[in-house]
Write a protein that binds this ligand. Sequence first.
Ligand code: UT7
Length: 337
Amino acid sequence: MLRSQITGVGSYVPSRVVTNFDLEKMVDTSDEWITKRTGIKERHWAALGEAPSDMALQAANRALESAKLSKSQLDMIVYATLSPDHEFPGTGCFLQAKLDVPGIPALDIRQQCTGFLYALSIADQYIRNGMYRNILVIGTEMHSRGLDKTNRGRDVAVLFGDGAGAVVVRACEVVKPESDSYLFSTHLHADGRFAKELWVPAPGSALPDEERLSHAMLNENLHYAQMNGKRVFVSAVEKLMQVMGECMSANQVSTEKVDLFLLHQANLRINEAVAEHVKIPPEKVFNTIHKFGNTTAATIPLGMDEAIKAGVLKKGMLVMLAAFGSGFTWGSALLRF
Ligand code: UT7
């Protein structure tokens, strides 16, 4: 049985730490409000001159090193982000040039907080059908450049951080399904009826102006994220529970059998609500939001790397991944690490 195995994990966050107290100096907010409503204490913001693909390169090299794989053996890059280096081409191409692996396909995924799971699922399909053997799956996000750091944008600006996380996915022949390390399944969903509950309207060719970006759009703040926080919150809890249930029934496992849950990190209260409803002991959910805020597509691989470094994620563990975000999009995956 040809399946995908995660053989290397790496991550990178910029060195600049921005605490809630730092944000108090920028907008009308407080450490108490942010901590109580979200669980976030600090996040990392990139340095001037640092590009998203620079962060991606660091994470990619660390993942390759951890996989003990030469970059020349890579067959493909799948790159998830909502904060690309430029409008086009895809940032996977910029990363590919920086990694110096010309020729291999580089595919960008634009599925926001669920981006990494979409990317992993796509890599898994290429591996299962035998087309590729080694795929770099990466999620990178540089939110700090796209936040409205005035009172008008305070509801969104306090939530997001920068970072990158990467995994190397390799083809493996599963001999003992009950103990071998491999990706069991992925489950993806979207509901575009809610696309405008969390979105960045501009630049955009669907806008009535003659140009994709105009002064009027800038004046209306359309180049910043617009979010209906309460709607997103409620849907996140509901859809995460659904898609985790779907994953467990597809694999005929119960929450007791899963050793670790790596859930997207948008709000600690979302994950606490999910854990309570699905009856997962809190210690089985590995949260990183207090350190990094919401790093969107980077969150899950960054969390995976943090969990390894903390000694929480160990070889042989049964791990569930799940995410929800803009689109709306949501998904889950189950793997033996
Ligand atoms: O990955 C997916 C991406 N996003 C999410 O999953 C976000 C989901 N939503 C959330 O996490 C929460 O809805 C938020 C953290 C965004 C907001 O929490 P909330 O409990 O839903 O707060 P709220 O929107 O009801 O706002 C409460 C108050 C408002 O003031 P009034 O109207 O009660 O006077 C806001 O103006 O808090 C105010 N507020 C703030 N106060 C201090 C909004 N942002 C801030 C802020 N600091 N940064």
